[in-house]
Design a protein around this ligand. Structure first.
Ligand code: C5P
Length: 400
């Protein structure tokens, strides 16, 4: 319920992408928001006010002369208790109207009459040529300069049959953007490098050694850091998780590949913090076979030899210009004692401890922070809530 108590005025303008707004409305409601739908006449050609009323649970407004508002001023009354106005889809024409301050229908009048403290977010949706047109691009630049949040668009197949920039973001991505718009930008202008998930160390082309890490905690931290305004690079071992919106993901398999990807990222762009959440294999199979190892007789067992993997976190922490390093410790017992010892051994300012078998694959977790002053429990919560708390902690420590 990350939008609990929020009122969103959701404006629809003319575009095929209107059909996706039914789903966005439902997901805004599920996240706890109250949704007040306002539609232009063109939008009603693509989806009916009946559908939008049924899904939002609120009367839909389309007309600036609507007498259902007691003072007959829907362009004022509909936004006074709103927390945000979202225009999705936002047509080429509506972007032009917003950029120039037009007010010739209810939705455009409502936007220009909004109090300055109410954020306006738009999700452009149009044909690739319309998007690329210099007039449209001038309007986009003006909207950004006016502090209007432009969400997307994305590139891809379009309803008209052409391909390119101009697709509206998917409803789940818009929901992420809207939730993020309410978060404090504690990491604005900062770059975070995060490792997540397990690693997979091959034994032969079809077998390998891995662990039970699902990647959920690392991915939740990547999402929370993006919501807080950071540029996030996520280096991920094999997981079943989708790429987090807004985050650059680099997929790797082995610990050596993860190390190489971390070092390449650090060499390409300086990073403000390195958060090592991945459950990295300590050893790899030194004599991995290029071909599948065959079972030749019942008494036969392969003789595996092991070599140590690079300790990515310790090596990053030892760099002369090391970013602020945060490590994780997944222990099975004695967390307080092992956590403090691990922080000291790795020589890092912050270590986050948890009990491995109580968290791997689960949606909730219990974290303990270890720093030079001692330890502090963040308590049991779902991983997304904990990720938000941890990101605030990292932000305040980077600023010091
Ligand atoms: O040494 P240990 O595996 O217990 O330390 C855990 C922490 O170190 C985690 O933050 C993990 O991501 C990181 N680590 C690493 N490279 C390794 C082993 C662990 O970055 N080879």
């Amino acid at each position: 319920m990350r939008l609990a108590g929020k009122k969103i005025v959701l404006g629809l303008t003319g575009g095929v992408a209107c059909y996706k707004i039914a789903e966005l409305t439902r997901s805004l409601g599920k996240a706890g928001a109250t949704v007040q739908v306002v539609m232009t006449q063109a939008a009603t050609q693509f989806i009916t006010p009946v559908t939008m009323q049924a899904i939002s649970g609120n009367t839909v407004f389309t007309d600036q002369w609507d007498a259902r508002i007691h003072n007959n001023m829907p362009h004022i009354d509909l936004t006074r208790d709103a927390d945000a106005i979202v225009i999705a889809p936002c047509s080429t024409n509506f972007m032009f109207k917003l950029a120039h301050g037009a007010c010739d229908d209810l939705l455009s009048t409502l936007c220009i009459a909004r109090p300055a403290h109410i954020p306006l977010l738009i999700a452009p949706a149009m044909n690739v040529e319309m998007w690329q047109n210099p007039a449209t691009q001038r309007n986009v630049a003006q909207l950004k300069a006016d502090n209007i949040r432009v969400m997307g668009p994305a590139a891809g197949d379009q309803a008209c049959g052409e391909t390119g920039m101009g697709r509206m973001l998917e409803p789940a991505q818009l929901l992420t953007e809207i939730i993020a718009s309410f978060q404090a930008k504690s990491l604005a202008g900062k770059r975070l490098l995060i490792t997540a998930g397990p690693t997979f160390e091959p034994i032969d082309p079809v077998r390998g050694i891995t662990n039970l890490s699902s990647g959920k905690m690392g991915y939740a931290i990547a999402e929370a850091a993006w919501e807080a305004g950071a540029q996030v690079t996520l280096i991920s071992g094999p997981t079943a998780l989708a790429q987090p919106y807004g985050v650059q993901r680099i997929e790797v398999q082995t610990a050596q590949q993860m190390y190489d990807a971390v070092m390449t990222s650090l060499n390409t762009k300086s990073q403000d913090a390195f958060v090592a959440v991945a459950a990295v294999a300590d050893w790899r199979v030194a004599n991995a076979s290029n071909q599948k190892i065959k079972k030749t007789c019942d008494s036969d067992t392969p003789q595996l030899e092991f070599a140590q993997n690079p300790d990515i976190l310790a090596l990053v922490a030892a760099l002369p210009d090391a970013p602020y390093c945060v490590g994780f410790a997944a222990e099975s017992e004695n967390l307080l004692q092992y956590g403090a010892a691990k922080r000291a051994k790795k020589n890092i300012p912050l270590l986050v401890g948890n009990i491995g078998h109580q968290t791997f694959g689960k949606d909730d977790n219990e974290l303990i922070l270890f720093d030079v002053h001692g330890h502090q429990a963040l308590g049991r919560a779902d991983k997304k809530t904990l990720a938000g708390k941890l990101v605030s902690e990292i932000a305040s420590r980077i600023k010091k």
